[in-house]
Ligand binder design. Structure first.
Ligand SMILES: CC(C)(COP(=O)(O)OP(=O)(O)OC[C@H]1O[C@@H](n2cnc3c(N)ncnc32)[C@H](O)[C@@H]1OP(=O)(O)O)[C@@H](O)C(=O)NCCC(=O)NCCS
Length: 176
């Protein structure tokens, strides 16, 4: 394997991660034991495109093996109201003092490239970016049911389980 390169993906080039984003939805569905069918409506077009549009700032990093994208992480900073919709209220709005929150929103390393440290590099870069916003203290990660490896990964990085939503379909993690 070639050394992995890490590249910032500009907002107007997010289609570069389209295939991996769709793979992430299929992967999460395959692990879910509770309401896996909820993933059927989730895709790059329905999840990532609107999320990037609604955010105040986006941060996408791709991990490259030669000219192939083998992983990506997507984080954003958004008004907290984005997380209260008809679909779900992701957290108690009053528990966030500021107007905006940070979110590590999507994370996917291709099979065959996992458990080699790539995720830790991407995580560290995302966390650094999220921490760089003065006045935004609250950071969230949402993990779907069945994905215990991801849950443990984020716990090992210092995130804490806060609560569950949608009857346990999603576990909400916070930085504090
Ligand atoms: C979760 C994920 C992003 C982690 O990235 P990664 O490159 O595999 O992680 P790293 O190699 O940096 O591993 C960091 C630590 O996490 C743990 N870890 C990683 N993958 C693990 C797995 N599959 N099972 C158990 N522990 C795991 C290891 O203990 C490792 O600790 P170590 O460095 O002391 O060995 C990656 O495995 C992935 O993309 N998985 C599939 C998609 C997914 O679940 N995304 C998250 C959606 S919320």
């Amino acid at each position: 394997m070639m050394p992995i390169r890490y590249e910032l993906v500009p907002d107007d080039q997010i289609s570069l991660v389209k295939d991996l984003c769709n793979e992430l939805m299929i992967y999460q569905k395959s692990l879910a034991t509770f309401r896996p069918e909820l993933f059927d409506g989730m895709s790059f077009e329905t999840r990532m495109v609107p999320s990037v549009k609604n955010a105040k700032a986006n941060h996408i990093i791709a991990a490259m093996d030669s000219d192939e994208i083998v992983g990506y992480v997507y984080s954003n900073v958004s008004p907290k109201e984005v997380y209260s919709s008809a679909f779900a209220t992701f957290f108690d709005m009053d528990s966030v003092k500021g107007n905006d929150v940070g979110c590590l929103s999507q994370f996917y390393i291709k099979e065959g490239y996992r458990s080699m440290g790539i995720g830790s590099v991407l995580y560290d870069e995302s966390k650094k970016w999220l921490d760089s916003f003065d006045g935004i203290h609250d950071q969230f990660i949402y993990v779907s049911n069945g994905n215990d490896a991801a849950l443990n990964f984020y716990k090992s990085k210092g995130f804490k389980v806060s609560h569950q939503i949608l009857d346990g379909f999603i576990t909400v993690l916070r930085n504090t």
